[in-house]
Design a protein. Structure first.
Length: 136
């Protein structure tokens, strides 16, 4: 059974497909200079329509995480880490993702992480790995 993939729309295509070029694309408001996720046609802070996806650094820190010991689908190998990552580009800019590459007992709160992508069909899932493991 393949991983459940998001429906690609005009609004979210840059986020889900930016990984093809190695870029984490997050919606940005030109009017108030704020990043926001999930993608939307209107800035949730100032209501401006002047929004578009832009690349962020892809670096962040683990804000919180949990280790799941239940493999809910066959392609998931338990245990695995589900984390909220706060991106370095703006305080409060957070993504829900997985921490990969290292065993779950090596994940820590405030640990520096870097995005990497896993392709499934036309979707590039943004996943994170400890900064020391980038390139590994």
């Amino acid at each position: 059974m393949p991983r459940k993939l998001p429906l690609i729309t005009a609004e979210n295509a840059a986020f889900w497909q930016g990984g093809q070029s190695g870029r984490l694309m997050i919606q940005h408001c030109s009017a108030c200079a704020r990043w926001f996720q999930p993608p939307a046609p209107v800035c949730p802070r100032c209501n401006s329509l002047d929004v578009a996806p832009k690349a962020v650094s892809g670096r962040g820190r683990v804000a919180t995480f949990t280790v799941n010991h239940q493999a809910w689908t066959p392609e998931l190998t338990a245990p695995y880490v589900v984390a909220i990552v706060e991106l370095d580009d703006q305080p409060g800019l957070r993504l829900l993702s997985n921490i990969t590459v290292v065993p779950p007992d090596q994940v820590r709160i405030a640990q520096p992480v870097q995005v990497h992508f896993e392709q499934h069909e036309d979707v590039w899932l943004p996943l994170f790995k400890p900064l020391a493991e980038v390139g590994a």
